[in-house]
Design a protein around this ligand. Structure first.
Ligand SMILES: [Zn+2]
Length: 303
C-alpha cells in the first residue's frame, strides 16, 4: 500500500449525507452477543483460567466419542466454576503484580504516584477481548485510555461525554503527543449500528450511542452495500475509525495542536480472528496536494 494515500471519498464526505434519518432501530438486540466464543477451562500455574476459542474446527473423531469428550469437558468446567471465587483469582494476580512488578520497579512506580506523562491517549472498544494494554503492552503511565462501545469519538458539537472530557484532559493538561483510536473485528457495537432499522422509535442507550457512527454506516452502504452483512460490518469497523479521526479534528484545541505538529492522530484495527494489527496515521493540513486537507500515511500491518 503506497504511503500518503488520500482518505477515500467514502470517508471524506461523511458529513454531507442526507440519509441520516434512515437509522433507527436495533432490530435484534441479540446481535450484540453474536460471535460469542466457546469457553474452555485449563490450569496455568495452579490457577484456573478461561481461554476463548475463536474458531470452531471440524472434528475427525467419531461423533459419539466427540460428544462424550465434550460432556466430560463441560462437567469439568462446571466443577471448576462452582469452586472458583473470581476475587481470589484477582487477589492472587494483584499480589503477583505488587511483588513481581511494583516492588521490583519501586522508583518508577513512586515517580508515577506523583505525576503521569503518557505519550498516548487511546480510545478503544469496551469489548473484553480488546484491552489495549493487553494487546499493545501499554504499561502504567504510558496510555491515558477511554473505552466505550464501538470505540466511537463523537464530534465536538455532541457536547459533554466521557470521551470529550477525556480528550480535553489528555490534550490540554497531559499534552499527549498521540491519539490512537483502536477498532476491532466482530465488534458488537458496529453490528448494532449496522442492524438498526428505520422507523423504530424505541429508546435504547446503545442505539443512541452507536448512532454517533451513522455517517460511517452511510458510507459503508454506499461503497460496500453489495457485500454480505458480515463484510459490511467489517468495512464499517474501519470506516467508523476514519470517521472518529475526522471527528477528533472538530475539537478546536485538537485541530490547533495537530496543525502546529505537536499532536498526531492514528487509527488502529485489531483483528482477533487472526491476531493481526493494522495501523495508520491521519495527516491534516491545509493545502495538501490535490486540494484535500486529509491524507493517510505510515500505514503498516503487523502480523
Ligand atoms: Zn467493539
Amino acid at each position: 500500500m503506497p504511503s500518503n494515500l488520500r482518505i477515500p471519498l467514502s470517508s471524506a464526505v461523511l458529513f454531507v449525507s442526507s440519509r441520516i434519518d434512515d437509522f433507527l432501530k436495533i432490530s435484534d438486540t441479540s446481535s450484540l452477543s453474536v460471535g460469542r466464543p466457546r469457553s474452555v477451562g485449563f490450569k496455568v500455574s495452579g490457577s484456573v483460567k478461561r481461554k476463548t476459542s475463536l474458531t470452531v474446527h471440524s472434528s475427525k473423531e467419531p461423533l459419539e466419542l466427540t460428544a462424550e469428550l465434550k460432556e466430560k469437558q463441560k462437567i469439568t468446567i462446571e466443577e471448576k466454576d462452582d469452586t472458583m471465587d473470581p476475587f481470589e483469582e484477582l487477589k492472587d494476580r494483584f499480589l503477583h503484580f505488587k511483588n513481581q512488578v511494583y516492588l521490583e520497579n519501586l522508583d518508577h512506580y513512586q515517580n508515577l504516584s506523583d505525576i503521569q506523562t503518557p505519550k498516548f491517549m487511546v480510545i478503544a472498544c469496551a469489548d473484553s477481548r480488546v484491552c489495549p494494554s493487553n494487546i499493545l503492552g501499554f504499561q502504567p503511565g504510558e496510555a491515558f485510555t477511554i473505552r466505550n462501545i464501538a470505540n466511537l469519538v463523537p464530534p465536538f458539537q455532541h457536547g459533554a461525554s466521557e470521551v470529550s472530557a477525556g480528550l480535553e484532559f489528555a490534550v490540554n493538561s497531559l499534552q499527549v503527543a498521540n491519539i490512537l483510536v483502536v477498532g476491532h473485528s466482530r465488534c458488537g457495537g458496529i453490528r448494532a449500528l449496522m442492524s438498526m432499522k428505520r422507523a423504530d422509535k424505541s429508546k435504547s442507550f446503545i442505539k443512541d450511542w452507536v448512532s454517533i457512527g451513522k455517517t460511517a454506516r452511510l458510507s459503508t452502504e454506499a461503497v460496500a452495500g453489495n457485500l454480505n452483512f458480515e463484510l459490511q460490518c467489517k468495512h464499517c469497523e474501519k470506516e467508523s475509525l476514519n470517521a472518529s479521526l475526522l471527528n477528533l479534528l472538530t475539537y478546536p484545541w485538537i485541530e490547533e495542536r495537530v496543525n502546529e505538529g505537536s499532536l498526531s492522530l492514528h487509527g488502529g484495527y485489531y483483528d482477533f480472528t487472526d491476531c493481526s494489527f493494522e495501523k495508520w496515521t491521519l495527516v491534516y493540513r491545509q493545502g495538501l496536494e490535490g486540494g484535500s486537507k486529509y491524507a493517510i500515511k505510515n500505514r503498516s500491518f503487523w502480523s
